[in-house]
Design a protein around this ligand. Structure first.
Ligand code: GDP
Ligand code: MG
Length: 270
């Protein structure tokens, strides 16, 4: 008798992680585009939405969507913890060979994910979307004050952290599973300043990071307060420097304990 080889344990090829805080208005259209793209491209993919303690109906809307889209899974934080915390929870939970995260407003159209995947398939461990590598690809720019703030923040990450990227803050980044498991387990920053930290860790651990130009259309309905969050991000850069000095990012991964258990237990399958 022939033995059938079961494929049921094989994970998906791609994981798409979407952090969501009070996104009930934007997330249905986002999930529709993501699922449409996944299906039309024939990607074996899972879509993980991480609900970050939203005060609106984000969770219900995602659950409703998932009833007809088996690709979609909802993870929930028990309370609002920040974009960094939410992305980490999703990335550590993801089972794809290549795992990426995107903002829930799809400022970078999800079709652009192909460019990140191609960079990884071409040998990069991490591919980061960049709005400034070919700025002509931005069809709708951020308001001037946000651009100014972004450029200043970039100068700080360059000067203080030695990051030589045109854009550290783009919410569109992909990792091999192995790189994601290492980098996100070492991440400590849970709010907006987590992007430079993961890049810093990635370089420190010897991963090959490639910047990839992506199309971008800014969505005005921003969740960010540039003054309050901006100050906090500077403070977070100081923390990253301190962590680097004290050897926090050089630890062996198995020495690091991270309580994503809470999110994991609450993970729901549709
Ligand atoms: N403000 C905020 N956004 C969060 C939080 N957690 C996750 N997010 C998500 O972070 C992503 C980026 O938010 P967005 O408002 O588009 O930021 P911007 O485009 O950089 O101004 C969205 O997917 C949000 O839903 C949080 O605690 N606060
Ligand atoms: Mg946005």
């Amino acid at each position: 008798m022939m033995t059938e080889i079961s494929n049921s344990n094989a994970g998906p090829k791609y994981s798409i992680v979407i952090p969501a805080f009070n996104e009930s208005a934007r997330i249905p259209a986002t999930l529709a585009s993501v699922v449409e793209c996944v299906r039309s491209q024939g990607w074996a993919a899972e879509v993980l939405v991480v609900n970050d303690g939203s005060l609106d109906t984000t969770a219900a809307v995602v659950r409703e969507f998932a009833r007809t889209a088996p690709e979609v899974r909802l993870l929930e934080n028990s309370e609002n913890r920040g974009k960094g915390y939410s992305v980490r929870a999703g990335m550590l939970e993801a089972r794809g060979e290549i795992v990426m995260f995107t903002d829930s407003d799809l400022s970078a159209p999800i079709e652009e994910a192909d460019r990140l995947f191609a960079a990884i398939e071409g040998g990069a461990d991490i591919a980061i979307g960049s709005r400034w590598l070919e700025s002509g690809r931005q069809t709708h720019r951020q308001p001037l004050y946000r651009q100014f703030f972004g450029r200043c923040f970039n100068a700080v990450t360059r000067g203080v952290m030695g990051l030589r990227f045109a854009d550290t803050q783009c919410g569109f980044k992909a990792f091999t599973r192995e790189a994601a498991q290492t980098v996100f387990q070492l991440q400590t920053i849970e709010r907006w300043g987590f992007d430079p930290e993961i890049l810093f860790i990635a370089l420190k651990r010897g991963y090959r990071v490639q910047e990839v130009a992506v199309s971008w259309a800014h969505d005005e309905r921003s969740r960010m307060s540039y003054l309050k969050d901006g100050m906090k991000m500077l403070e977070e850069i100081a923390i990253i420097r301190w962590n680097a000095l004290t050897g926090r990012y050089s630890k062996q991964i198995k020495d690091i304990r991270r309580s994503t258990g809470e999110t994991r237990q609450r993970a729901r399958r549709p």
